[in-house]
Design a protein around this ligand. Sequence first.
Ligand SMILES: C[S@@+](CC[C@H](N)C(=O)[O-])C[C@H]1O[C@@H](n2cnc3c(N)ncnc32)[C@H](O)[C@@H]1O
Length: 310
Amino acid sequence: MLEMWWGLYRLVRSARIGLTRIEAALAKQFAQRPQALERLAQDASVRATRQHNMAADPDESFYLRQYLFWLDQVIEARRYDWQGARVLDLGCGSGRLTLPLAERFAPAGVKEIVGLDVSGPAVAQAEAAAWQAGFQEVITFIVSDALDFLRSSPSGRFQFIACIELLYGLPRYKEILSELGRVITPGGLLFITFRPKYYNLLRMLFQRDAEGFNTVLSGEAGPIYGPSPFNWQTPQEAKRLLDQSGFKAGNVWAIGACSGIPGDPMASIAQPSRLSPEERNTLIDAEIKLAVEMPEAGRYFLIEAIRSGG
Ligand SMILES: C[S@@+](CC[C@H](N)C(=O)[O-])C[C@H]1O[C@@H](n2cnc3c(N)ncnc32)[C@H](O)[C@@H]1O
């Protein structure tokens, strides 16, 4: 009985400390917020994340399982020594990937994991979850624009960088790629997603948007979802972009090759949260099998890339 009350007291206390620290950190960061950051915070993708906790969403958790499946394979195959390494989760949102990264890298001796996002409320959610899980010593959260942060970071700072579902909404994605090539150690590992051109073509057809369809077919970026431009690639184009930024691209995997969340064309085939746990397992098996063979078919494709020169 005493143990139960002690456990409850510790839980409430850590939640209170967490909240106070989050409030203090946010107050500091918002007080110093440059105007550009204010403008960015109005962007559609940032607004969406503010209203939506991706880490807690059952559909998004399903796709997280696929990211982790491939991450675990790569970690296992490459046998890196992570002792003293630094890890960056760029565009971490509400920490969907940041916490699993900490679960994997902290026991392997990683020195620091930085979770960065332009959305203060999303970072606050990530931070609360990280502290609840006891990762306050190893994870540092930062509210910043991705490019500003990269530009202010020393060269070769990170040994592992995750850049998941971020680039496709950023007009300066090529500059971000080039900065990623600078801030990662030679030999370092990048886990990065791109929005498939094929996905955007299907989506434009699904929305009966002929102009958008032609924009996607003939270009690499454009305002297809509203005023701010989005970008898309084929796996070959993404590999070329990575190559130009000093990376050697390896495997490419489709994430969600035949399913989706509302708004995705493939959601009419299957939406993970509407399936039973058994059906979800069947779907994940199918999507893992398709991931290698049809990388372009997914909601995103994931690439593992190594910084040349290691
Ligand atoms: C689709 S969410 C992905 C979040 C996370 N990587 C994940 O997979 O769960 C995209 C994230 O990018 C962030 N974002 C958008 N523009 C950004 C920018 N310029 N700098 C940093 N983060 C940005 C958004 O706030 C949002 O959290």
